[in-house]
Design a protein around this ligand. Structure first.
Ligand code: ASP
Ligand code: MG
Length: 430
């Protein structure tokens, strides 16, 4: 059975309204009678909304319950657009939402990331309850699977690491027997569990990765990510005018592109697929018949320039307080601190007296890190920067990207150029 299995992933944008959920139903009608695992993320921008609830609760600023009521109302409205008032989905929905209420009734937990995962994960649970009930109504029988029964992670909240051995065992024991041509299996992206049964999440946009974990563990014949773009593009269409779709892409190129910040697929997605040679389709839920992008082994590596942009970057220039060289023992201390503060380093450079790193400027991680090393090192921080990576570059493209910007750091390795850029401050008129 399972050699015919396919795995589909539907992200927030494909589920952000009653019409879009109905559209997903239309796409899935074509799959009726075939073994399929469907992975859904939270609807629309739910995850951002739930993040705000977590923050409000932590700050005890009195907003958490109001924000929660908003989310609750929206979820009920979506259901009312799809079902009669008497439908049993409302009971399941209530049961899912009450989990948030319980957390909000408690004092904030000392571990913010723990609370985050307990609250934010409900977005995926709610979404999967609604989609599953809808598909059942449409004559597409669906079996609901709690991804937390399958995906075991370590205890790092908000960035759980998959424990592959146990996850594979759970998949064999629980998920495999559920696969049939009679009913789809429907589960959630993004979430997992610790060995003590606390919910974890895999990091933002992690649902793609979930779909890859299921594809790997269940030996799927292919995986498909349904998106609001026609496939993998040569750049972000929100930032650039002339982007084109790639019909074919190798795993290697896809890994490089996503690692450098191309937002189309979560960076961890490709590796599990590559390990089992499971091809990945990226297709448009708006134009499901479109040709999409096919990512696999069997692709000639010949590409146009591909551009990935990471915003909200900080560049840290770190030097010793006594003007001595930044030596190996300093480096080892710095890397230890980088790990402890969970900074994500995108680029680094070392000169005799200065060690520079470009990192994602999220939460207050950068300040916390620089405070922690301040006694030994002088740190200068440049913020609000962009990191642009161009694979298969041509000089003309680099010129265009650099226009009106200051290049703070640049590196070329073979086919890849990375530049940390700052906008030129606009002169004020008198
Ligand atoms: N809902 C989560 C997020 O928005 C996971 C995902 O969509 O992949 O990050
Ligand atoms: Mg998403």
């Amino acid at each position: 059975m399972s050699q015919n299995l396919q795995v589909f992933k539907f992200g927030g944008a494909s589920l952000n309204s009653v019409e879009r959920i109905q559209n997903v139903g239309e796409i899935l009608k074509e799959m009726k009678g075939q073994p399929l695992v469907v992975v859904v993320s939270a609807m629309g921008k739910t995850t951002n909304e739930l993040e705000k609830i977590v923050q409000a609760h932590a700050e005890q600023n009195g907003q958490a319950l109001t924000l929660f009521e908003d989310f609750k109302r929206k979820s009920f409205e979506t259901c009312l657009g799809l079902f009669d008032e008497s439908h049993e989905v409302f009971v399941s929905l209530n049961d899912a939402l009450v989990e948030i209420e319980w957390v909000l009734e408690e004092e904030p937990h000392e571990n913010y990331d723990y609370t985050y995962d307990q609250i934010v994960s409900v977005g995926e649970i709610v979404s999967s309850i609604i989609v599953s009930a809808y598909l059942n109504e449409q004559g597409l029988p669906t079996r609901w699977l709690d991804a937390r029964d399958i995906i075991l992670t370590n205890n790092i909240y908000r960035a759980g690491w998959v424990q592959w051995k146990e996850t594979q065992e759970n998949a064999d024991r629980i998920a495999k027997p559920m696969i049939s041509s009679q009913a789809f299996v429907l589960t959630q992206g993004f979430i997992g569990t610790t060995s003590e049964n606390f919910t974890t999440t895999l990091g933002r946009e992690g649902s793609d990765y979930t779909a890859a974990i299921f594809s790997y563990c269940l030996d799927a014949k292919s995986m498909t990510i349904w998106k609001d773009v026609p496939g993998v593009l040569t750049g972000d269409p929100r930032l650039f005018d002339h982007v084109t779709k790639l019909d074919l892409l190798s795993y290697k190129e896809a890994i490089e592109m996503t690692y450098y910040g191309a937002k189309v697929i979560h960076p961890k997605t490709i590796k599990p697929l590559q390990n089992k040679s499971i091809p990945l389709w990226v297709k448009s839920f708006i134009d499901p018949q479109g040709s999409g992008t096919y990512i696999s082994d069997e692709v000639a590596d010949n590409y146009p320039p591909l551009v990935a942009v990471e915003k909200s970057q900080a560049l840290l220039h770190i030097s010793t307080r006594d003007f001595s060289f930044v030596a190996e023992h300093h480096m080892s201390h710095l890397f230890k601190m980088i790990t402890e503060h969970r900074l994500q380093v995108n680029m680094m450079q070392n000169t005799a007296i200065c060690f520079s790193i470009c990192v994602n400027d999220v939460d207050d991680k950068v300040s916390a890190f620089s405070q922690a090393i301040e006694d030994q090192f002088k740190v200068i921080i440049d913020r609000e920067l962009e990191l642009i990576t161009v694979r298969h570059y041509q000089d003309k493209i680099l010129e265009e990207l650099r226009a009106d910007k200051i290049v703070l750091l640049e590196e070329r390795i073979r086919e890849t150029v990375q530049m940390v850029l700052k906008n030129v401050p606009v002169m004020k008129r008198k």
